[in-house]
Design a binder for this molecule. Structure first.
Ligand code: C5P
Length: 235
């Protein structure tokens, strides 16, 4: 599988557990996401180890600060050799431009977080955002595109709508993915891998359905097989 679409969220308690788990996976079959909890616990070394093992690593630290600080953080992440990193679109135009200038147009890929899928419309109003979450996602994705970011993190439920507004090469990275028949955990609005790809998602972030599976490799193989069929031009 040359272009792995699944990004496995390594939401595991410590470096040893995360590395042990990664050793069961192959870089050709998936990419890996390191988030705030594992990074805070294990530090940059875990990222370097995973990169050295040949994995594309998405460093999901969602930077949101003044432009100078975010630019420095992005440069530090790029120096770790990550494949993708992200910033909060709500950090504003200057912060997005500074992040883009810090990493350039090639690697790592820089994407923006639009609206956290844990927020409801009344939460957005309480924060002071006008409009509902769907409008807000499109507005923030527009800010990201204007600042030169390569894409956004959004709910797969927004993929079809985002595809209407942005060119095909604007990357959509979507969590909240659950294979048919698996539990939703704490995700409210889920889509299956095939549904998400058909809706226009490029990369699917999946944690627990893979990390907690009795046979993670078998689950991943099954998903990759289904995605291969969904993407194949003759299908
Ligand atoms: O285990 P599960 O598949 O729900 O993991 C989803 C991953 O995607 C977690 O690491 C979670 O933090 C992340 N995520 C999310 N919703 C967002 C952004 C990130 O679930 N809006």
């Amino acid at each position: 599988m040359a272009d792995a679409r699944v990004i496995v969220a390594l939401d595991l308690p410590d470096a040893a557990t995360a590395l042990q788990f990664a050793d069961r996976l192959a870089p050709e079959k998936c990419r890996l996401k390191v988030g705030k909890a594992l990074f805070t616990q294990a530090g940059p070394d875990i990222v370097k180890c995973l990169v050295d093992k040949g994995f594309d690593v998405f460093l999901d630290l969602k930077y949101h600060d003044i432009p100078n600080t975010v630019a420095a953080a992005c440069r530090a992440a790029a120096d770790l050799g990550v494949w993708m990193l992200n910033v909060h679109a709500a950090g504003g135009r200057d912060m997005l431009l500074a992040a883009h200038e810090a990493v350039g147009d090639q690697t790592p890929l820089l994407i923006g977080v639009t609206v956290l899928t844990s927020l409801h419309d009344d939460d957005l109003q309480a924060i002071g955002f006008a409009g509902d979450s769907a409008e807000q996602v499109v507005r923030l994705a527009g800010l990201c595109a204007e600042a030169g970011l390569q894409g956004v993190v959004a709910s797969a439920q927004e993929s079809a709508r985002l595809r209407q507004h942005f060119p095909r090469d604007f990357m959509l990275v979507t969590p909240g993915i659950r294979p048919a028949g698996s539990g939703a955990d704490d995700q409210a609005r889920t889509m299956t891998p095939t549904e998400a790809i058909r809706a226009g998602s490029d990369y699917l972030v999946m944690g627990r359905p893979i990390t907690r599976a009795a046979d993670p490799v078998a689950v991943l193989d099954e998903i990759n097989q289904a995605l291969h069929q969904a993407i194949s031009p003759n299908h």
